[in-house]
Design a protein around this ligand. Structure first.
Ligand SMILES: Cc1cc2nc3c(=O)[nH]c(=O)nc-3n(C[C@H](O)[C@H](O)[C@H](O)COP(=O)(O)O)c2cc1C
Length: 391
C-alpha cells in the first residue's frame, strides 16, 4: 500500500446520533427511563423450563412481539447472537436461534418507530469493515436511522473453534475489534477513498455511500470487563450491562450505583457519554402472590444447566458473578440476570429504583412474552407514567 494511508489518529469518528436532535436515538433518550425488549430469537429465552408458554424463536412470533412493544411505546428491541454446537444447553434451550443481524434487519420493514439493535460477532468468519460499513449504512437507510448494533467479540471457546481457530485472548479481542470498528466509523464518515493496512484488515481505496442519515448507526456493547467498558466508552452510545452481583434484586440494587457510575466515568474520561441499559427478567402476574406462584410453577420443571451455568467454557467477565449469591430458584428462573418477580406495583417500583441507581434503560425479558408483555403494558406502564418515569 502507499502514501495514501492515513494514520489511525487521523481517522474520522462520525458524530453519535445522540447529538442530532432529529434522530430516532435522540427521541428515545428523551425518556426518563428507556424501555427495551430482549427478543427471544433463541429457543427457551432465558429460562429452561417446560411450563407451557407461547414463546418461540420464530420470526413471526418475534415480529408480532416487536410490533406489540412498539405499540406500547417501547424504545428498543434487541436480539442476541450465539453459535452453539448440536444440542445447545439442554432440551429446552437446544441452540435453535435465528440470526440476530438478519432478524433485526427484517424487523425494520414491519415497524416504524422503535429502535432495532442487532448483535454481531465482528471477529468471526469473513466480516470485513467494508461489509459492515455497507450493510450498516443500508440498514440505517431502510430503518430511517433506527438500526444499531451490539458489537461483541465472542466469549465462548467453542464458538471461536467453530470458526476455525482457538479462542483469541480476552483483551486482544477488544484491540482487534477496535481496529475493525474504527475503520468502519471512518468509512461511514469519510468523503474520500480510504486505505488501511492493519494488523488484521486491509483496505485499498475503500468508500461507502450512502452515508448514514444521522452520523452513524447506533452503537452498543454488551460487556462487563475493563477492556470491554473502555471499548464501549470509546465507541458506543449504550452499554448493555447485567447485574454485577447476580439475580437477586435487593443485592444488585446496592451494588449498581457505584458500578454504573464507574462505567459512565470511563466514558466521561474520554469526553463521551455512555448510557447504561440493564437486562432484567420480569416474572409478572396480577399481584405479588400470583407472581410468586408463577415463578414456582416455572421452576417446578426447570433445567439447571441453563444459559449461564457454565456448560460451555466462557471467559466473559460480565457473567463472572453469576450464581454467586443466587438461590436455586433464581438459578432456574434465569440465573445471572437481574430478576424482578412481582405484581405491577413491585415491578414499577423496581424500575424506579433502577433509575435512582443511575440506570438509563431496562431491557426486559419475560417467560411467556406476549401475555406477560401485555400485562406489563396494561398495569405497569400507567404506573411508570404517573411516576414521571415515562413520557
Ligand atoms: C445484556 C447482555 C447481552 C449480551 N448479548 C450477547 C450476545 O448476544 N452474544 C454474545 O456473544 N455475547 C453477548 N453478551 C456478552 C457476553 O456475555 C460477554 O459479556 C461478552 O463476551 C463480553 O465479555 P466481557 O464482559 O468479558 O467484556 C451479552 C452481555 C450482556 C450483559
Amino acid at each position: 500500500m502507499s502514501e495514501t494511508l492515513l494514520a489511525p489518529s487521523a481517522w474520522l469518528d462520525p458524530p453519535s446520533p445522540a447529538a442530532l436532535p432529529a434522530s430516532p436515538l435522540a427521541a428515545a433518550l428523551a425518556q426518563p427511563i428507556m424501555l427495551g425488549l430482549f427478543l427471544p430469537i433463541q429457543a427457551g429465552g432465558w429460562t429452561a423450563s417446560t411450563l407451557p408458554r407461547g414463546t418461540t424463536w420464530t420470526f413471526d412470533y418475534n415480529a408480532a412481539l416487536t410490533r406489540q412493544a412498539e405499540e406500547l411505546g417501547f424504545d428498543l428491541v434487541f436480539g442476541l447472537a450465539q453459535w452453539l454446537p448440536k444440542g445447545g444447553y439442554n432440551d429446552v434451550q437446544d441452540g435453535q436461534a435465528i440470526d440476530s443481524f438478519m432478524t433485526v434487519a427484517a424487523l425494520a420493514a414491519v415497524t416504524s418507530r422503535i429502535l432495532l439493535i442487532s448483535t454481531v460477532h465482528v471477529l468471526y468468519g469473513p466480516w470485513h469493515p467494508l461489509h459492515f460499513a455497507k450493510f450498516g449504512a443500508t440498514l440505517d437507510h431502510i430503518s430511517k436511522g433506527r438500526w444499531g448494533v451490539n458489537v461483541v467479540t465472542g466469549h465462548r471457546a467453542v464458538e471461536h473453534e467453530m470458526f476455525g481457530w482457538s479462542r483469541i485472548e480476552h483483551d486482544r479481542r477488544y484491540e482487534l475489534a477496535d481496529e475493525f470498528l474504527s475503520a468502519v466509523k471512518h468509512l461511514w464518515a469519510a468523503d474520500e477513498n480510504f486505505s488501511h493496512d492493519g494488523e488484521k484488515w486491509r483496505i485499498k481505496d475503500g468508500f461507502i455511500t450512502p452515508k448514514p442519515l444521522y452520523g452513524r448507526p447506533i452503537l452498543v456493547n454488551a460487556t462487563g470487563s475493563d477492556a470491554g467498558i473502555a471499548f464501549a466508552a470509546r465507541h458506543s452510545d449504550f452499554i448493555f450491562i447485567t447485574s454485577p452481583t447476580g439475580s437477586a434484586f435487593d443485592i444488585a440494587i446496592e451494588a449498581l450505583p457505584a458500578y454504573v457510575a464507574a462505567v459512565k466515568a470511563a466514558a466521561r474520561a474520554v469526553g463521551r457519554e455512555l448510557r447504561a441499559i440493564i437486562n432484567a427478567l420480569v416474572i409478572i402476574a396480577e399481584d405479588d402472590d400470583a407472581a410468586d406462584d408463577y415463578a414456582d410453577a416455572i421452576i417446578a420443571d426447570a433445567r439447571t444447566v441453563g444459559f449461564h451455568t457454565g456448560k460451555f467454557d466462557s471467559d466473559a467477565h460480565a457473567w463472572k458473578r453469576r450464581g454467586a449469591f443466587d438461590t436455586d430458584r433464581e438459578r432456574k428462573l434465569g440465573g445471572g440476570n437481574l430478576q424482578i418477580v412481582g405484581g405491577p406495583d413491585t415491578v414499577a417500583n423496581a424500575i424506579a429504583r433502577l433509575k435512582q441507581a443511575g440506570i438509563d434503560g431496562v431491557q426486559l425479558s419475560f417467560y411467556d412474552f406476549v401475555p406477560d408483555l401485555a400485562l406489563f403494558g396494561d398495569r405497569v406502564l400507567p404506573l411508570l407514567k404517573a411516576a414521571g418515569l415515562r413520557l
